[in-house]
Write a new protein. Structure first.
Lengths: 246, 246
């Protein structure tokens, strides 16, 4: 058996998320598995580094699969590019040591949330940003982000649906920057709970709007109660930028 | 009567172009006139600086209209932003001297054509670029562009459909630049014939692919024969960037 790693981009707008669903080819995993199975002439099971929700995008999702194919990595790349729809792009296909697994071996992820922070409309990037015209206090958001960085139990920032046993995660960095009309929040960490980035962003936005104080963050973490954290911002502003491996 | 000037952005993907068509609200002009007429409570006729074809985008289209409205420019701006679809954006509304006319008073235009010049897929900007993986010789394209700049009869670069009497135009500048995976061609001139920018771009691409020599350009202009120039590149890579006024 040979093992291959894919680096993928996708526009999540018209998909029901990463994870394969029965009788539905509107999932990223389903669409890729279909194409790989046709290309390689054998059933292929693709392991993503993790799921992304409906409407979430990726600039650098990683996935792996095993196959008995005789095709080279570059032939697989060409074949996938020919047959995938234009909202799923393959950046690279690499042959890996046989035991490589995109989820089990991932040591971290980088997500970015894009806020179009202007009264002017955002016509061309409208599917990739969350439009919020009210001014944001970035200094307050950065202060709050400081409290959230580090190793914590993030149960307060996790949607109920999560079945993860431990809700302790390490967020190594939260970077907040303004670029023109845009405010971008980047999160780097060893793993993120279900909807955690979107709830962290919603909470930081509430701080930026002066509806919460940065100093409330430690108590919020300690409470371990989802109801106390901010709202879940829309999926379309979120993008999985990179999956980190050793 | 009062006269207002609009600066507009639009994603042309799902429209049949700028110009109003009978019984069709899939035109930019039609959609804007509909919205203005409702907002101002009187029939409004909107004059664009010029037409854009089906699928062509705008970052800075200009248009004007006359009205007896008592609303301020800023109230019109807010009203339009509330009621227009998300693929048409209004950047500004300004009250002008009564005789101002967006087409008659325009002295120039800037268009940009975007080529995604890479084997890697372009997932997120796919509706705004023309994907061409073959390498382009930019130096040759720049040389050819030099021959095309200036005041010429551009009949060879005009689709037959044009009913313009004179086909003489001045192209003040053709700028060609690489930005990452992209090659961008910017055209500034006093006016452009029907499909002229797309035929100029197609011809310059043929030079970039070494299918034509830059030195053929003067003869091409002199021939005044559309059949001798290059192909018409797809609309989706084209964007009207700015309309120039005195």
């Amino acid at each position: 058996m040979r093992t291959f790693k894919l680096i993928l981009q996708y526009d999540g707008s018209r998909y029901r998320g990463w994870q394969r669903l029965p009788d539905c080819d509107r999932t990223i995993q389903g669409r890729l598995e279909q194409t790989l199975t046709k290309l390689l002439g054998e059933p292929v099971e693709l392991s993503g580094s993790g799921r992304t929700d409906a409407g979430v995008h990726a600039m650098g999702q990683a996935a792996s699969f095993r196959s008995r194919t005789a095709l080279s990595a570059s032939e697989i790349l060409q074949g996938l590019r020919q047959h995938l729809p234009e909202d799923i792009g393959v950046l690279s296909v690499t042959e890996m040591p046989e035991r490589f697994h995109a989820r089990l071996h991932a040591v971290g992820k980088v997500y970015r949330y894009r806020i179009w922070n202007s009264e002017a409309p955002c016509v061309f990037e409208r599917k990739y940003v969350y439009q919020l015209p009210q001014p944001l206090d970035l200094a307050a958001m950065e202060k709050a982000a400081g409290f959230l960085t580090g190793t914590h139990d993030f149960r307060s920032f996790c949607a109920k649906k999560s079945d993860k046993k431990s809700t302790v995660r390490t967020v190594e960095e939260i970077r907040i920057e303004r670029a023109g009309e845009e405010v971008r929040l980047s999160f780097r960490g060893n793993g993120f709970l279900y909807q955690m980035v979107r709830i962290l962003t919603g909470t930081l936005i509430e701080v930026g709007l002066h509806r919460r104080r940065p100093e409330e963050m430690p108590a919020l973490l300690e409470a371990e109660d989802r109801a106390l954290a901010g709202w879940t911002v829309p999926a379309k502003g979120l993008c999985l930028m990179e999956v980190l491996y050793e």
